[in-house]
Design a protein around this ligand. Sequence first.
Ligand code: FAD
Ligand code: NAI
Length: 467
Amino acid sequence: MQYDVIVIGSGPGGYVAAIRSAQLGMKTALIEKYSVLGGTCLNVGCIPSKALLDSSEHFFNASHSFAEHGIEIPAPKINMEQMIGRKAGVVKKMNDGITFLMKKNKITTYNGLGSFVDKNTIKVTKADGTSEDLTAKNVIIATGSKPTALPFIPVDKKRVITSTEALNLQEVPKHLIVIGAGVIGAELGSVYGRLGANVSFVEFADSMIPTMDKTMGKELQKSLKKELKAEFYFQHKVTNVVNNGDDVTVTATNSKDEQVTISGDYVLVCIGRRPFTEGLNLEGAGVAVDRGKVVVDEHTLQTNVPNIYAIGDVVRGAMLAHKAEEEGVFVAETIAGQKPHINYNLIPGVVYTWPEVASVGKTEEELKTAGIAYKAGSFPFKALGRATASMDTDGLVKVLADKATDEILGVHIIGARAADMIAEAVVAMEYRASAEDVARMSHAHPTYTEAMKEACLAATENRAIHA
Ligand code: FAD
Ligand code: NAI
């Protein structure tokens, strides 16, 4: 065999698996069908979306809150070419960073489509049509996901677009219709809403980000309603999309069977993502798939073919970069004979809107469904000195703890810097802290993290100090 490990796909799952394999002394190759490394997350996902979220936030603040801070500037203008160009520069810098890491760890990279010939042989077909066969003792499938499509929504990538095109627009839409108010809808709807677009969210469920704790969706909607020119159509099922070039019309039906028609100049379709295995020729190795997902053993992430593993978006579970990374490390260590562990209950979820939303553990709805007796403690950001100083007063921290033992079961935060604050909750829950444990720890003043301490005090015996 040429390699100990071949990884197919260079996203956060794949390239991290390759680095950990190499660190453990295994001869490793990484195959990527595109000319750049980093996968969805780096090229058309996490990083470019955050670059545009940051740019649009600066524009929004310059337009709306600088004056109140006593900073007078002429009305700011948008230079879309520069904004998109900066985003591309950020991505390029990180592409180069991953290429450097591959060299540093002596990982051989191949640019081409990887497909199984048999369980130990992968054919790499390059862009010029030439191909070569590679052999390995172990193979890790990390081929990620693609946006879900609906047959009656004709995505032309110009006016009816997915997140990939939304990260590359050359103009600010006048009216952006967002189909699906999940994570992508909330983030990219915010980007263009902050830049001045009218945004209509059409969502099948009864709230935004419906898979998170219900309080989060409600609070986020309140904030976005204040911040953006936004309309919300909840419990609306899209039934038709007509693309007339510069003008697109979306028809949706609500729970009472009433029809609404919304017209705009761009439609963003973000109704979820599906695992991607096209071109892999899984049949060549006999790897089993269930509803598009590569089937894996819960304890080892092995497929039904023992030397072939699968990680990240292509398998069950949350479609998140850090979940893919944990699985990459897990599989490399498993192949090396170690016994690693992942606590799937403690993978945080973050939505990078303003205010940010961040969650870990069980939602209130999940605890109710499971019949677990719990106590809830909440603390609003508006009661924090730090939030008042910066005028970021929207939001709250909600801590859910076991009624009998006080162990923290879930933490849900909406507010400034929630994305960074959630790390404290992950650490606390990993060590099975009680709400009172966290409530008794000193939190620096004035910081946003005081809301976590106060929410824990509220959950303990309703003893929040500043509420
Ligand atoms: P991917 O990153 O999808 O990588 C798979 C790679 O495999 C791709 O490069 C693909 O070209 C390659 N490939 C596929 N088939 C083959 C083949 N046969 N041969 C060779 N190569 C192949 N997650 C977060 O945690 N935080 C965020 O802020 C966040 N923001 C997001 C924003 C957007 C707009 C989107 C779309 C997603 C976002 N995500 C975010 C989700 C995150 O991008 C994914 O969970 C993550 O990229 C999954 O990693 P992966 O390694 O499984 O697959
Ligand atoms: P999502 O699952 O978050 O949201 C899709 C939404 O579309 C849901 O609310 C669903 O109810 C709705 N929907 C489905 N069909 C519909 C229809 N016919 N009409 C109206 N609404 C409909 O998926 P999304 O936003 O596409 O993101 C895909 C994945 O990418 C997510 O799983 C997420 O984990 C990941 N991602 C993560 C980010 C982060 O961590 N910050 C950012 C962006 C994406």
